[in-house]
Ligand binder design. Sequence first.
Ligand SMILES: Cc1cc2nc3c(=O)[nH]c(=O)nc-3n(C[C@H](O)[C@H](O)[C@H](O)COP(=O)(O)OP(=O)(O)OC[C@H]3O[C@@H](n4cnc5c(N)ncnc54)[C@H](O)[C@@H]3O)c2cc1C
Ligand code: FES
Length: 297
Amino acid sequence: MNEKEYPAACKLAGLTPDELRNTIVQKEKLSPTLTRMEIRAPLIARAARAGQFVMVWVGEKSERVPLTICDWDVDKGTITIIFQEVGFSTKELGQLEEGEDIASIAGPLGKPTEIDNFGTAVVVGGGVGTAIAYPIAKSLKKANNKLIVVVGAREKSLILLEDEMRKIADELIITTDDGSYGRKGLVTDALSELLESQKVDMVFAAGPLPMMKAVAMTTQPYGVKTIVSLDPIMIDGTGMCGGCRVTVGGKTMFTCVDGPDFDAHQVDWDELRARKAYYFDEENKANANALVDGARK
Ligand SMILES: Cc1cc2nc3c(=O)[nH]c(=O)nc-3n(C[C@H](O)[C@H](O)[C@H](O)COP(=O)(O)OP(=O)(O)OC[C@H]3O[C@@H](n4cnc5c(N)ncnc54)[C@H](O)[C@@H]3O)c2cc1C
Ligand code: FES
């Protein structure tokens, strides 16, 4: 980065051009498709709040990928992301190693999650959605809620952040669809039992769209406030492109600036599912052209 490209705001913040490089400080493979990365991003670490995300450009010509800020350390000047390699861009990100730089990271973006002392809060994380649920669970605990966490995945190797969740939760329930770990069944089975056996004051859920919809349907008859973190297609992440449009309570909202958290009982789930499938053909073509052994095919 030359002097001309050195943003004035960073000069004011006392950071050198070198400190502005988004260097990968630590990389850990959590499973064949899940990776945790700690990345130097001191300005984002200073401003981050639970529920917010960053837009990551792996290289200068890459597309932007929205990823939740799973954790941050102001003293070290780092943020942590956990991502699943599902298509071209996340595979491209997964190829980077410790010591390498990410071309650009913008954030923190989105509204922070509304944290309060609700009483008993249940946080539900499904698959990689647990990375989104974790900072929210941490903040709810800090706000003195009784914290019950339900973490679910298809099978054992896809369970995320178990140790971290165990440290903060008053109760942790693990479920797997195939019964390879924890309780056999869906996160909503465990949630139904909790709703039947005690007073739950709020539920927060992050995970695949069908899971979040199922959580909404589970809590609705009990009238329990339920917040979901939505993940529609995002392009700019700043409210300008309209790509992340969702209908909530009959109103059009942009997930990147009005969310990503919304009232689960008000989301138009069918419209969201249709919009997420909009670019399937293009995604499949890009994926077919994905990286093989570190190089583009
Ligand atoms: C606010 C927000 C936070 C997110 N946080 C995380 C996270 O912490 N960890 C994680 O693993 N994933 C997260 N995601 C999802 C992640 O952005 C997508 O998996 C990623 O963009 C896929 O890109 P790709 O090119 O690898 O795959 P593609 O082949 O392009 O797509 C695979 C699937 O990913 C989804 N997707 C593709 N592009 C986007 C996009 N630009 N925005 C949203 N979804 C997209 C679509 O459902 C698509 O079918 C988040 C998404 C949003 C909107
Ligand atoms: S991502 Fe473009 S408006 Fe939200």
